[in-house]
Design a protein. Structure first.
Length: 228
């Protein structure tokens, strides 16, 4: 009865290099003359609003971060545009696709599945979807910063856009809380816990899949073609 797959982004489809991303933000702090620790605190304290798209754009997010850091009145539009380009490039460099993503999404699509990416993400984090070409591999992309709402409500928006009933959709997410929320809403749900090469998977929850190959095996057997 599965007709659609909703896919989380971070930890499911892509892996962030937090060291590189932090270094990129430190460079922004240096550029505007703010102490790195103070800038990191400003990024953290504005995260919820940025994830919900409350500032309207990446430039708006940066203005909020710099205001929180105490230099908002000194920032020009040209500087915001420069910093936004730097932050976008930072995330393009600092996030990579897991190697099983492209082949698995292609396999699911060829089998008739409708696909959606659903992610709680601020503008720079959501921007990697197009930068990595993921938007061309799925039918719908819903980022919280654009939809102005977060999971689990994003799940309902996704199935509405896909035209699929709740029972016909399966969520794949690396957060147990989101898996449980989706299940309560009437969706199927699968927990994914990726294990780095050379690391033990002893702590992975029973029933969780380790990669998208495991997803394909579970979902393909349950796929049903759309009616009509």
């Amino acid at each position: 009865m599965t007709r659609a797959v909703l896919l989380d982004l971070y930890g499911t489809l892509v892996e962030p290099d937090w060291g590189a991303l932090t270094a990129g933000r430190d460079a922004i702090a240096d550029r505007v003359g703010v102490a790195r620790a103070e800038a990191q605190s400003a990024w953290t304290s504005t995260h919820e609003a940025r994830m919900r798209g409350q500032h309207g754009s990446l430039e708006g997010d940066l203005a909020a971060v710099l205001a929180k850091a105490g230099i908002g009145s000194q920032v020009t539009d040209d500087l915001l545009a420069e910093l936004a380009a730097s932050e976008q490039a930072n995330w393009r460099r600092g996030v990579r696709l897991y190697p099983d993503v492209v082949p698995t999404l292609g396999r699911l699509r060829r089998a008739g599945a409708r696909l959606a990416i659903v992610t709680n993400a601020s503008a720079e984090a959501a921007g990697v979807v197009s930068a990595l070409g993921l938007d061309g591999l799925v039918d719908v992309v819903l980022a919280s910063c654009d939809a102005r709402t977060v999971k689990p409500h994003l799940f309902l928006l996704a199935i509405r856009e896909l035209g699929i009933p709740r029972a016909g959709a399966v969520l794949v997410d690396d957060e147990q809380a989101q898996v449980e929320a989706a299940t309560r809403m009437g969706l199927q749900a699968i927990l994914i816990r990726r294990v780095a090469a050379g690391k033990s998977d002893a702590g992975v929850a029973p029933g969780a899949i380790r990669d998208l190959a495991g997803l394909a095996e579970q979902v393909l057997g349950a796929l049903t073609p759309p009616r009509g």
